[in-house]
Write a protein that binds this ligand. Structure first.
Ligand code: DCM
Ligand code: DCM
Ligand code: DCM
Ligand code: ZN
Ligand code: ZN
Length: 270
């Protein structure tokens, strides 16, 4: 996701974390405002373009080597190689937050990474290898030349929220929070966090793999539903965006709610 999507995930999480989780992360991040998660949610995207942070670029995605739209699936041993992926990154930075031997500086970085990657893992094209996660699929959006990955990261989310600002993120998060508490998502929210566990390295990996597999399934059902030829060099701001809209809303809402419960599980285990 672009910055606005990450901020929305973070604001939703702030609306659902326990008071002890809020206190823990406000103290760790040195920010007692209501923006304490949203303000750091995009840090990992600037860090990865620095020389020092280049190693973390593969942590934003997992290149599922499946065959959409006929066959989708994430296989950890096939798709997550030695340089790491979003699944192993969530696991590794969770381990750091849970290990009291790490310095506060280390856990600040780990917190910012977890907050960001729990967002990215819900973007279907961050869980797909085809054409570099859609980056090499040229499309137009409102007449502008762009690519399929970028419209899922930013254009479609911004068409829903109404903008790219932090204020747009906060308003959209409030709408999705209401949907979780009393609207469209009320009956399913508990299923989003069933099986969520930080207890062991294996359960951390299984939790992240479940999230990645779910996002990846939307590559077959929605993102590339009609095959490559139906999106390549096409204008996607119309009917395509209408079809993508419920998936983008669901994936942002879900990852925000999951981030809250995941941070709660970490704080409960520290
Ligand atoms: N991005 C950035 N710095 C750059 C190039 C791109 O911060 N030099 C941003 C643009 C997108 C975001 O990265 O908003 C996409 O990253 P991800 O989907 O991993 O969050
Ligand atoms: N450290 C580490 N690996 C850990 C925990 C902590 O590398 N699993 C950091 C914190 C210490 C240093 O490395 O400053 C050495 O820790 P230790 O030898 O206790 O693992
Ligand atoms: N990306 C991806 N899968 C890849 C490579 C990149 O999902 N195999 C994502 C990360 C950014 C966007 O695509 O969100 C652009 O990446 P870059 O800035 O590395 O071109
Ligand atoms: Zn992206
Ligand atoms: Zn990212």
């Amino acid at each position: 996701w672009g910055a606005m999507g990450h901020e929305t995930v973070a604001y939703i999480a702030s609306n659902f974390v326990s008071s002890s989780t809020q206190s823990y992360f406000q103290s760790l991040l040195g920010d007692t405002s209501g923006d304490y998660l949203a303000s750091v949610a995009s840090w990992a995207d600037s860090y990865r373009y620095t020389t020092a942070g280049k190693f973390s670029a593969p942590f934003h995605f997992v290149d599922a080597n499946d065959n959409p739209p006929s066959s989708c699936g994430v296989d950890f041993s096939r798709d997550c190689d030695a340089e790491g992926c979003v699944i192993s990154a969530i696991q590794n930075y969770t381990r750091i937050l849970l290990d009291s031997r790490y310095s506060a500086a280390n856990r600040v970085i780990a917190a910012k990474m977890v907050i960001h990657f729990v967002g990215d893992i819900g973007q279907p094209l961050h869980c797909e290898a085809l054409d570099v996660g859609g980056n090499d699929i040229d499309v137009t959006y409102d007449g502008d030349d762009t690519n399929l990955h970028a419209i899922w990261d930013s254009d479609i989310p911004e068409s829903i929220s109404g903008g790219s600002s932090m204020a747009s993120a906060k308003t959209w998060a409030s709408t999705l929070t209401t949907a979780i508490n009393s609207g469209d998502y009320k009956s399913q929210a508990s299923s989003w966090v069933s099986g969520l566990s930080v207890a062991t390295a294996a359960s951390q990996q299984a939790t992240a793999l479940q999230w990645a597999s779910e996002a990846n399934a939307y590559v077959c059902s929605t993102v590339l539903k009609g095959g490559l030829s139906t999106v390549q060099n096409k204008e996607l701001s119309g009917a395509y965006t209408t079809a993508a809209d419920p998936v983008v809303k669901l994936q942002i809402a879900k990852q925000g709610y999951r981030l809250a419960k995941y941070l709660d599980a970490i704080v409960a285990a520290i």
